[in-house]
Write a protein that binds this ligand. Structure first.
Ligand code: NAI
Length: 330
């Protein structure tokens, strides 16, 4: 199988290059993102392999189909960046559903601990021998209430971590799971009672801007909000407005509505034209990271393995256990 591998970074090659050889695949690593302008590069390949800030819309599906591309291999669990309905009966889409849920949950906790205890600021201060503590006060997590929205694989891993901190955990999911050390409540109750809120649901038409002016108003003052899921879950304008009014204790964002084209790139020598992103960087209790919750050795290894296993299944007519079917269209 010949695979056009978009949005390649050096760390992708570490895992995909040797494993691809073992499978006997011919992988062509392309640095460019997959989009309307670069889709032509898939000419001559059997499959394309894409990451979270690539996209494939209906028009691109038709182009890929004309080029005889048979599969879209997603190096991610989320699939909101591909037009699943348009691909029906044309191209199969396969994803990596549960590589290391712990990698993302642990990162969500890292964000929470950082914005709460301000270790990022302390690090900078002490390096310059500024040993003062003014402005670095946090709060105990012990016996506080955490709200987890979305109790799938990552949400459940997060609940276990929060349990370890002896927090009371409230959660919301339209499809509740059994046996969790957490209490399912309505969204309204979750917003009302939570001291920290962590988002772990997918981005769908139902969840877009789940965090908006109204839901923010329903939260406690001083609440901590952590988003390691998808940027579109939060209405950034509303978030910034509330942050400027002092609503939040802290906000940790690993994802951002308009991250495409900015995250994963070095833009340090450029003028940032995204006013919201630039504004977020100036708010002292906001912490933005570049969609890196997944970025552990174990997760990268699992992503490479499952992605190529998916390709192997397509090539050999095996059951496509990780196919994104039309019934999953968002
Ligand atoms: P999952 O599919 O195991 O769980 C998602 C859960 O969300 C399900 O239980 C589902 O019922 C629930 N859900 C659906 N609609 C909902 C709604 N309206 N309100 C509340 N819950 C709802 O997915 P998983 O593996 O736990 O991943 C969750 C999300 O994390 C992904 O969709 C992806 O966007 C994000 N993610 C982020 C990464 C990062 O690097 N920051 C890496 C991997 C995933």
């Amino acid at each position: 199988m010949k695979i056009a591998f978009y949005s390649t970074k050096p760390y992708d090659k570490i895992w995909f290059e040797p494993l691809g050889k073992e499978y006997g695949f011919d992988i062509h690593f392309i640095e460019a993102a997959c989009n309307q302008e670069t889709v032509f590069m898939a000419q001559g390949y059997d499959a394309i392999c894409i990451f979270v800030n690539d996209y494939v819309n209906a028009e691109m599906i038709d182009k890929l189909y004309e080029m005889n591309v048979k599969a879209i291999l997603l190096r991610s669990a989320g699939y909101n960046h591909v037009d699943v309905k348009a691909a029906e009966d044309k191209i199969v889409i396969l994803r990596v559903p549960g590589y290391s849920p712990e990698s993302v949950a642990e990162f969500a906790m890292a964000l929470l601990l950082t914005v709460n205890r301000k270790t990022h600021k302390a690090y900078n201060r002490t390096r310059e021998f500024n040993m003062t503590l003014n402005g670095l006060m946090g709060m105990d997590l012990f016996e506080k209430t955490a709200g987890v929205i979305g109790t799938g694989k990552i949400g459940q891993a997060m609940i276990k971590i929060l349990n370890g901190f002896q927090m009371r955990v409230l959660c919301y999911d339209p499809y509740p799971a059994k046996g969790l050390d957490a209490e399912y409540v309505s969204l309204e109750e979750l917003f009302k009672y939570s001291d920290i809120i962590s988002l772990h649901c997918p981005l769908t038409s139902d969840t877009k801007h789940l965090i908006n002016k109204d839901t923010i108003a329903a939260m406690k003052d001083g609440v901590y909000l952590i988003n390691t899921s998808r940027g579109g879950l939060i209405d950034t304008d509303a978030l910034i407005e509330a942050m400027l009014e002092g609503k939040f204790g802290g906000v940790g964002l690993d994802v951002y509505e308009e991250e495409e084209g900015v995250f994963y790139e070095d833009r340090s020598n450029e003028i940032i034209t995204d006013d919201n992103l630039a504004r977020l960087m100036t708010i002292p209790n906001a912490l933005v990271t570049s969609h890196m919750g997944f970025f552990t050795k174990e997760a990268m290894q699992a992503i490479a393995h499952t992605t190529l296993e998916n390709a192997y299944a397509v090539e050999n007519g095996l059951p496509l256990v990780n196919q994104v079917g039309k019934e999953m269209a968002l």
